[in-house]
Design a protein. Structure first.
Length: 290
């Protein structure tokens, strides 16, 4: 049994503990409240950072995929009308980049044997000859290939073939694929067919921000200038230095992607980085914004 003095001492200790507990509890509540506000503010910042980080992560992922051009499976068209020098240059470019490719003809396309590939390249040459070989059935297969997620790279004649309509020496032709909402107009007035010349093309901010040079000299050989029919669906990557008209464009068709160039980027290693950019776009590695 405790003495009166002992009980008094115990009471004082209990009171001190109660007061201390109240003080500590109050401090915890205040701190928790303050931390709650702080965390909310931090989370707001983090949401923003998460959005930024997510965006960065997407870019990083895409950049990682960008560097894996060897993952591409590319079909390169060959047939009557193809400019052989351009075809060989494309093959050399693809080989140097360790990109898997096969050369296909109109029969391969019409037999619907493109679906093992993720990009189709139509080289320079003569677009009407391509149409005669492909016919409406072959063109329909290409449209379906792109519509369902395939990529289409059209170089010179291959770019004419992709347009809504072709304007050649002021005459309009409607045998093209129609997978790009542009008119393909050529040849350039200062370079009548069959003039060949290395001319300046100027990158837009989209190309420059992707690491490309501001200006390149590229072979012009009768290729088109593009007239977008809907500026909201066409992204201009480069313009001709003399006219300011689009020389290289990107667009979408269904779930697929289309890249068209009026100049022959394939014939010079100096312009191969632009080809890299176009193929990366077609593979879905990058998503340029206006």
């Amino acid at each position: 049994m405790l003495s009166r003095r002992g009980r008094a001492t115990r009471t004082k200790i209990l009171l001190a503990l109660i007061v201390s507990t109240i003080i500590i509890f109050t401090a915890i509540m205040i701190t928790a409240k303050n931390r709650g506000v702080g965390r909310t503010a931090t989370e707001t910042v983090n949401v923003s950072n998460t959005a930024t980080t997510t965006h960065s992560a997407q870019i990083t992922t895409q950049t990682s995929k960008e560097c894996s051009l060897s993952e591409a499976r590319i079909a390169v068209y060959n047939g009557p009308g193809v400019w052989n020098s351009g075809l060989e240059a494309i093959k050399l470019y693809l080989s140097s980049r360790h990109i898997n490719f096969v050369v296909v003809n109109a029969s391969t396309i019409k037999e619907q044997r493109l679906y093992g590939y993720n990009v189709l390249i139509i080289p320079g040459g003569w677009a009407y000859d391509y149409y005669k070989q492909l016919g409406s059935n072959g063109e329909a297969v290409i449209r379906e290939f792109v519509r369902h997620g395939g990529g289409y790279l059209g170089v010179c004649a291959g770019a004419y073939l992709a347009a809504k309509a072709i304007v050649w020496e002021a005459n309009i032709y409607h045998y093209s694929l129609g997978i790009a909402d542009v008119l393909a107009i050529g040849p350039k007035p200062n370079y009548p067919w069959p003039t060949q010349a290395y001319i300046a093309i100027n990158m837009t901010s989209i190309g420059i921000e992707s690491g490309l040079n501001a200006t390149y000299k590229a072979l012009y050989y009768g290729g088109p200038e593009f007239k977008p029919l809907d500026n909201n669906t066409v992204t201009v990557v480069a313009v001709y230095g003399d006219s300011g008209n689009p020389a290289i464009i990107l667009t979408r068709y269904g779930e697929g992607r289309v890249a068209l160039t009026g100049v022959h980027l394939e014939v010079s290693e100096n312009t191969w980085p632009v080809l890299d950019f176009l193929i990366k776009y077609l593979l879905g590695c990058i998503e340029p914004t206006k």
